[in-house]
Design a protein around this ligand. Structure first.
Ligand code: SF4
Ligand code: SF4
Length: 349
């Protein structure tokens, strides 16, 4: 296992971290399939990863990750709290709510988390999160009080990550990226404001979607040149821990075209990097629709279709009438977005 610095926090983290979604039990309907090991097995799996050098374990409150927080707390006590770094998160943007949730997390874990993220910050809830007495201010107060060591913002939006990078209250940023959805990371790599911030990466396997078409060596090796501190891999079995952590993968130079060509052996992928440069004046999030299209064909049929059907009819009607097509102006892939929306619309019939 190799190690990297977590920005300016002073922490050194394993290049590969343990994402705890696959070891949770409980009814968390938004999540994809998971393994639900019982507590002793879950603790053994986390220990197995630890013995391969993993020192960062990422979790979230029960409403988001079931009993993973509790299981991680049991593991932390067994392995020795000082040997691991715990990152935790809660989706609350109000300061009072966040204050309460961090205290609850500490009770569930039986220890204080090291890093605490405001989870799922997006373009609609970011102002509340960053505002005076919002969740970020609460994390700063908790840091001063010694309840956490570092503050964090977790987001799937480049604009939010960039705002966090420019905010001195934020120590660590968590965002998503993989060899297909690399657009956010490409932009982060070009933005000097991210230097000094810890960067934790998730969705390296695209929630498992990319596993049939690529090996872990390709998925992990293809990301190693990006300036992240720790890449989280969801681990639900000892074999999965071995695949992610047993070997120090070498960097792989994987062009975006090479990735889409490989996927084209299975379906006709939309070559969207998810860079999020496309802006729609009606507020439609084109990158999410294009992502669901690819995910649908990569095995998440039910889940992706359910999400697409939420607003595809409305988006399709609007795109048909749209003459400005502002979304296409800044797309580096030169994608014909309204036509792609039409393709997705037909798919959902
Ligand atoms: S459609 Fe184009 S601009 Fe929008 S996220 Fe995809 S690649 Fe980026
Ligand atoms: S074509 Fe027009 S309505 Fe459709 S996503 Fe682009 S800007 Fe929005």
């Amino acid at each position: 296992m190799r190690y990297r610095k977590l920005g300016n926090t002073g922490l050194t983290v394993s290049e590969i971290g343990f994402g705890t979604i696959p070891i949770l039990s409980g009814n968390v309907p938004v999540l994809p399939d998971y393994y639900s090991p019982e507590l002793p097995e879950a603790v053994d799996i986390m220990m197995h990863a630890y013995k391969m050098g993993c020192n960062l374990y990422d979790t979230a409150i029960p409403e988001e990750y079931g009993d993973a927080e509790y299981k991680l707390g049991v593991f932390a006590e067994k392995v020795g709290r000082e040997h691991i770094i715990i990152s935790d998160k809660a989706r609350f943007m109000d300061g009072n709510d966040m204050f309460r949730e961090v205290q609850r997390s500490a009770e569930n874990l039986g220890t204080h988390p090291d890093i605490y993220f405001v989870h799922q910050v997006d373009e609609k809830n970011q102002d509340e999160t960053f505002s005076r007495y919002g969740a970020l201010d609460a994390l700063c107060d908790l840091k001063k009080a010694g309840m956490i060591r570092y503050t964090g913002i977790a987001t799937h939006y480049y604009s939010v990550a960039a705002r966090a990078a420019a905010d001195s209250r934020v120590d660590v940023i968590q965002t998503s990226g993989n060899i297909l959805e690399r657009g956010i990371l490409d932009r982060i790599a070009e933005n000097a404001q991210f230097q000094g911030k810890g960067l934790i990466l998730n969705k390296v396997y695209a929630a498992g979607c990319l596993i049939p078409a690529f090996t872990p060596a390709e998925l992990i090796g293809g990301m190693l040149h990006y300036p992240f501190s720790c890449a989280l891999i969801g681990i639900g079995t000892a074999e999965q821990a071995d695949a992610a952590m047993q070997t120090e993968y070498v960097p792989v130079s994987f062009s975006f075209d090479a990735v889409t060509l490989r996927l084209a052996q299975h379906f006709a992928p939309v070559p969207c990097t998810r860079c999020q440069r496309c802006r729609c004046p009606h507020g439609y999030e084109v990158h999410i629709l294009l992502r669901q299209y690819n995910y649908y064909h990569l095995g998440k049929n039910y889940w992706a279709m359910k999400k697409l059907r939420m607003n595809i009819d409305e988006v399709y009607e609007q795109c048909r009438k749209c003459t400005e097509r502002q979304c296409m102006q800044d797309c580096p892939q030169k994608l014909r977005i309204p036509e792609l929306i039409g393709r997705i619309y037909e798919m959902t019939r």
